[in-house]
Design a protein around this ligand. Sequence first.
Ligand SMILES: Nc1ncnc2c1ncn2[C@@H]1O[C@H](COP(=O)(O)OP(=O)(O)OP(=O)(O)O)[C@@H](O)[C@H]1O
Ligand SMILES: [Mg+2]
Length: 256
Amino acid sequence: MTSISNTQKQPVLKLINVCKRFGGVVAANEISFELYAGEIFGLIGPNGSGKTTLINLITGIYSVDSGSIVLDGKNIVRMPIHNRARVGIVRTFQHPRLLGRCDIRANISLGKDLADKRKIPDTDKYQERMGVLLEAAGLTNVDLSDSIEKLSYGQQKMLEIVRALLSKPKVLLLDEPAAGLNRKEMSYIINLIDFAVKEDICVLLIEHAMDLVMSICQRLTVLNFGQQIASGIPSEIQENPAVIKAYLGGSRNAEN
Ligand SMILES: Nc1ncnc2c1ncn2[C@@H]1O[C@H](COP(=O)(O)OP(=O)(O)OP(=O)(O)O)[C@@H](O)[C@H]1O
Ligand SMILES: [Mg+2]
């Protein structure tokens, strides 16, 4: 993984004081952070702390109550969900969401379709790119004409990331990619994240597997009850008393 200095770069994605409530629940309270090209940024915190909500706000599934979400200098809070994908924001889901009635190839090709809509050059190199991605994901022996149900849970999670990367996004939002995966499968996830970093994609990584997060993220922010309780590099976060109290020292951590 590359490490980068952010001092002279412009952020690709910027959240400024983003707020979201669901009735009496404050899911996001004045959340602010920036993502830079080629960076892996960790978003961690206990169950229900508001991590997935932020992905839903960035992708437009939910609208913000207040605050700004800025992509390449442009506020996108009013941009419809399909346009956000077209401008290069893609995500995976906590539980894989693939087209169950279509074969594997058709599911993957949605990533190529999005690349075409994004007017990405070199989509003629799609087959080559797909081959590299399938290898990184440990999916080379899979028959692409099989239905999605033939894939294991872990393979489905991998396929979601492959599909997302085929669209050549600017921002890749990963919602617990390693949850439920074994060590080998986790190494494929790392391969895919590495691929993204090499393409200068910014990666937002939500994950409870702390060994993974702390080893690959350059920076992290920590949520608790919708509040941002700490931000910094992994060593700072691991030593932060508020983070240890709310999350790292609790029962919901590391290998979960
Ligand atoms: N559509 C919704 N309607 C009502 N409440 C919601 C909705 N989406 C999220 N919430 C609430 O917002 C809070 C944050 O939920 P969120 O799913 O973002 O947490 P999370 O950090 O992703 O948790 P986990 O680690 O379990 O995935 C929770 O209290 C949740 O119940
Ligand atoms: Mg979640």
